[in-house]
Design a protein around this ligand. Structure first.
Ligand code: AMP
Length: 220
């Protein structure tokens, strides 16, 4: 039984959507550093020193490692202590981070309880998905682009307002793909491949098809 799922994929690869499905169906806990950073941004009581570090996020770059570890490690610690399976969604983006997380995780779970899942999509599809998706301002649900979804303004799950994410504008998306696209992901994928804990799914398929492949590869 796996205790930690490391979800790997370029922005818009669907890892957040799949994490939400596993959370709803199986009670796994999604730890999204992007969501934690946005929550910090919106929190008037957030540490001002930490908030300064969010500037990189607005530029499409990566936020400093110390802030990522501070937010993510606390969330992982808490949920593993409660015997929850955790899914790390976008929480690991460089080999340096991968090593730091691996050291942290191996003090809490064994190596065969960790699996990395790669969602394969091209940079071009990544761009199209990011440019056209909407996100709920209240519950964070992601509404993928479709002609039907384009007209919606209210979240069907919680009634919150559907919005375009601040960093889902053309210039920032281009930067994110340059800094966080497939070329940048490759060394990270290799890191987990060499450890023999990588599985890979076709992220270009429809949501339910990807869901099935994820579950098959994880033996769920
Ligand atoms: P996401 O919601 O996963 O697309 O993340 C939004 C933004 O948060 C990214 O574009 C980065 O600026 C920042 N971010 C999220 N996770 C990390 C991470 N593990 N390391 C560095 N920056 C991150």
């Amino acid at each position: 039984m796996k205790k930690v799922l490391i979800l790997l994929g370029v922005p818009g690869s669907g890892k957040g959507t799949q994490a939400r499905i596993l959370a709803e169906e199986l009670g796994y806990v999604q730890i999204s550093t992007g969501d934690l950073l946005r929550a910090l941004d919106a929190d008037p009581q957030g540490d001002p020193e930490d908030k300064k570090k969010l500037e990189d996020m607005r530029n499409g770059g990566l936020v400093s490692d110390d802030l990522i570890y501070k937010l993510a490690f606390a969330a992982i610690e808490k949920n593993l202590a409660q015997k929850k399976v955790v899914m790390l969604d976008g929480a690991i983006r460089t080999v340096e981070q991968a090593k730091a997380y691996q050291d942290f995780l191996l003090q809490r779970v064994s190596a065969d309880e960790i699996v990395a899942v790669k969602f394969r999509i091209s940079d071009e599809i990544s761009y199209n998905r990011l440019a056209k998706r909407k996100v709920c301002g209240s519950c964070g649900d992601i509404l993928p682009y479709s002609t039907e979804n384009e007209k919606k303004t209210i979240c069907e799950k919680c009634g919150g307002p559907l919005q375009v994410r601040e960093d889902d504008n053309e210039a920032t998306i281009r930067e994110r793909i340059k800094k966080q696209g497939n070329a940048m992901l490759a060394p990270l994928v290799e890191f987990y491949e060499q450890k023999g804990i990588l599985v890979s799914v076709n992220g270009e398929e429809k949501i339910d098809v990807v869901d099935r492949e994820v579950k098959d590869k994880l033996g769920l």
